[in-house]
Design a protein around this ligand. Structure first.
Ligand code: PBG
Length: 330
């Protein structure tokens, strides 16, 4: 031990010495403006059904959904993503209910746009919440067929646009869906409705709690013939390039944290904004450990969003959006 300081011209700790300095040198910022809150909607009134594996999240009837949307907007959150939970009797092979102008999702979109017109409402385009087979595409003889699914998705996107959606978000991973949806929207006068494409969506076990929330798990088989293999990195760039060429306005990588390398690659390879989805299973893991007292859930949730932003995501879908926005407001 000596009192003489070492000769160290470079001392990175100088930039971490005070909170003021740390704020000045911070490379990545998170603001509520970068968050999108996914919400689940059910039929009925004044109904809130908690989702077992997603503590803090619930299926909400349209009236309560509107209240939550208003609260989110008040917290500075610019967007919500809506997912309808339908009873089995409303589901069939061809997702007929998805086209119903008075269907649950369409009513939810209309109610939110009436109450909080400034809020960006994003709707999911995929057959699974409406499909008796629980797949994102049409099932014929046990096979998830690509091209016949595109007409159904295009019709669904038009119904959502007609209800007032600001962006439609194809999450089905069929080939050619972005082009088909863009053409259908333009042909029906919806030039202003954007497409946020789930461009690099992996066949992930992290979607478990979401499928419980919608009771939308596949009845047979899995989603590996359309969603991507978690082992593949370069393939994400191929998917993203196709979606941009077909007219995607925003591209998404999903899930989030296990795929930071993919987010980073995608951010480097395209000019359009990139979204990341911190999915249900990621949220559930943090909440579960937090409930056990094993980690500080709020701090970890914030760190997850920082990491997704640092990797290159311009915006983040997270179930914790209002909690994070509240924390950011201090
Ligand atoms: C449906 C869809 C899924 C998610 C978003 N849209 C599930 C799936 O593909 O099986 C997952 C979201 C989450 O886990 O939070 N096409």
């Amino acid at each position: 031990m000596t009192d003489e300081p070492l000769e160290l011209p470079s001392r990175p700790r100088r930039n971490r010495r005070t909170d003021a300095i740390r704020r000045l040198v911070r490379e990545t910022r998170v603001s509520p403006s970068q968050l999108i809150w996914p919400l689940f909607v059910i039929d009925g009134a004044d109904t809130r059904e908690p989702i077992n594996a997603m503590p803090g999240q619930a299926r909400l009837s349209v009236d309560l959904l509107v209240k939550e949307a208003r609260r989110a907007y008040g917290l500075g959150i610019p967007g919500v993503a809506l997912f309808p939970a339908l009873p089995a009797e409303k589901k069939d092979r061809v997702a007929t209910e998805s086209l119903n102008p008075d269907g649950l999702l369409q009513r939810a979109v209309g109610a939110i746009k009436d109450a909080v017109p400034e809020l960006c409402v994003i709707t999911d385009v995929a057959m699974d919440p409406y499909s008796s087979d629980g797949h994102d595409g049409l099932v014929i003889d046990g096979e998830i067929v690509n091209d016949p699914t595109l007409d159904i998705l295009a019709g669904m996107a038009i119904a959502q646009a007609e209800a007032g959606a600001d962006m439609v978000a194809p999450s089905d991973m069929m080939d050619g869906r972005v082009g088909a949806i863009r053409a259908a929207l333009d042909a029906t006068g919806h030039h202003e409705v954007g497409i946020l494409s789930y461009a690099a969506k992996y066949a992930s076990a992290f979607y478990g709690p979401f499928r419980e929330a919608l009771e939308s798990a596949p009845k047979t088989g899995d989603k590996q013939t359309y969603q991507m293999d978690p082992a593949n990195r370069r393939e994400a760039l191929r998917e993203v390039a196709l979606d941009v060429a077909e007219g995607a306005d925003v591209v998404m990588v999903k899930p989030g944290l296990p795929y930071l390398d993919v987010i980073s690659d995608v951010r480097e390879s395209v000019e359009v904004p990139v979204a990341a989805y911190h999915v249900s299973g990621e949220y559930a893991m943090v909440k579960a450990a937090s409930q056990l007292g094993w980690l500080d859930g709020d701090a970890v949730m914030m760190e997850c969003v920082v990491a997704l932003r640092r990797a290159g995501a311009d915006m983040v879908f997270t179930y914790a959006a209002p909690d994070i926005a509240e924390r950011l407001q201090g």
